[in-house]
Design a protein around this ligand. Structure first.
Ligand code: TGC
Length: 383
């Protein structure tokens, strides 16, 4: 593996870091308090080309590689995980799925708009009663004249109140994963109700919603991929999504490291900077080691994807490690800050709250361990 970044990757990382420092970091605490990022950030991100990385140029993207994608998500994650999540769902889960499985018409209808930030996507897999066992989902799509009718509900849907298109997974056949199909559903469809979920511990700037489908009708052309291919589309999206989530966690860990080092150098106790105390240095060293380890695990996944090699187990490994490490890093950073870490004048309390859910969504840490265990042993713990 060659992890030397090329000139283009370094330049994009630098431009993104400057953008984050100017447009996101100064507002992150206020957006967190207000429970809503300023949505003008979407167009600004799009103008920088961020919603089109890895999408081919012919569909409005820049055709960049996955290492570049991870570099960008790390910088966004350092600035505000709520903003990072808007990108990793709209681009990482929705646009990439359309690019991978869509017809020429579906790509033409949605990809230029998603890349330009004129539309956002949301990924509607999870349901009120269906989390880890995603293949048992109950939302139903039944054939009607000229298309499909969708009935059911979805839960914890990022971008839910902002999106123009939902990638919806619904049952069209037998129980279990093989009976699931995927649909592209315009969010202004009649019968689709969206209710924002408030009171989250973290990711408070993001719009997380519950969706209800009550006789929503879509045409034949809404089916993404083949009939019964929906679960494969969801798993394929999540396999890459877990890498992007890991990259966002690397950003959290790096943000914790930078904040803790800076604070420890300036905060004085017992007549000298707390950076001079060995136990403080231990907290900082632990964060640094985990930043390196999480970053290298994440870059390995990007490298495998760009070389066309299998990557799903490595992506679960990166997601598992980076998310758990982000929680530990934020906890250690808060310890360095003492009481000041507990108020939002400094970023570490928000890092801790935002990190916590990363061990839960896009597959819990327990699910990642079972995916890794299945790959190692050949024995399926889910069956
Ligand atoms: P399993 O037998 O593993 O697979 C069923 C079929 O899917 C195929 N498949 C894949 N295809 C392509 N790429 C991949 N990476 C694939 N992984 C699996 C597989 O080959 C099989 O097809 P076939 O034809 O061979 O039979 O299915 P399972 O039911 O045993 O899966 C179990 C498990 C636990 C791994 C799966 O259900 C799972 O990953 N659960 C976790 C669910 C999850 O991550 N949910 C997250 C929802 S989204 C979210 O949290 C937030 S993002 C969106 C937002 O923020 O709004």
């Amino acid at each position: 593996m060659d992890f030397t970044l090329n000139d283009e990757q370094r330049a994009i990382r630098q431009v993104t870091a400057e953008f984050v420092a100017r447009e996101i970091t100064p507002h992150a605490a206020a957006w967190d308090r207000a429970e809503q990022v300023d949505l003008s950030i979407v167009k600004k991100l799009a103008d920088l080309g961020i919603f089109g990385i890895t999408i081919p140029e012919e569909h409005g993207g820049s055709g960049g590689d996955h290492t570049t994608y991870c570099l960008v998500l790390e910088e966004l994650g350092k600035g505000d995980s709520s903003v990072r999540g808007i990108v990793s769902v709209s681009l990482g889960l929705v646009a990439k799925s359309i690019n991978g499985y869509g017809t020429a018409e579906q790509k033409a209808a949605w990809l230029p708009r998603l890349c330009a930030g004129d539309a956002l996507g949301c990924f509607a897999l999870t349901e009120p009663d269906t989390g880890s066992d995603a293949g048992s989902l109950a939302t139903r799509a039944t054939r009607v004249d000229g298309g499909w009718r969708l009935d059911g509900s979805k839960m914890f849907i990022t971008n839910g109140t902002w999106a123009q298109v939902a990638l919806v997974f619904a049952r069209t056949g037998e129980p279990g994963p093989k009976g699931v199909s995927a649909f592209l559903v315009p969010m202004d469809s009649a019968g689709l109700q969206v209710e924002e979920i408030h009171g989250k511990l973290g990711l408070r700037g993001q719009a997380t919603a519950a969706l209800t489908f009550d006789g929503v009708t879509v045409g034949e052309d809404a089916l993404l991929g083949s009939l019964g291919e929906g679960f494969k589309i969801a798993m394929s999206a999540l396999a890459k999504g877990r890498m992007s989530l890991a990259a966002g966690c690397v950003g959290i860990i790096q943000g914790c490291l930078d904040a803790a080092v800076d604070y420890a150098r300036h905060r004085e106790q017992f007549g000298r900077p707390i950076a001079s105390f060995q136990l403080v240095q231990q907290l900082i060293a632990d964060i640094s080691v985990e930043a390196d380890a999480a970053r290298l695990l994440t870059w390995r996944v990007a490298d495998l994807i760009d070389r066309g090699l299998p990557f799903a187990t490595e992506s679960s490994t990166a997601k598992l490690y980076a998310s758990e490490a982000a929680v530990r890093a934020a906890n250690n950073a808060l310890q360095v800050f003492g009481g000041y870490g507990y108020i939002d004048e400094y970023p570490v309390g928000k890092y801790l709250r935002d990190a916590r859910v990363t061990t839960v969504y896009e597959g819990t840490s327990q699910i990642q361990k079972l995916i890794i265990g299945r790959a190692l042993t050949g024995v399926n713990a889910f069956a």
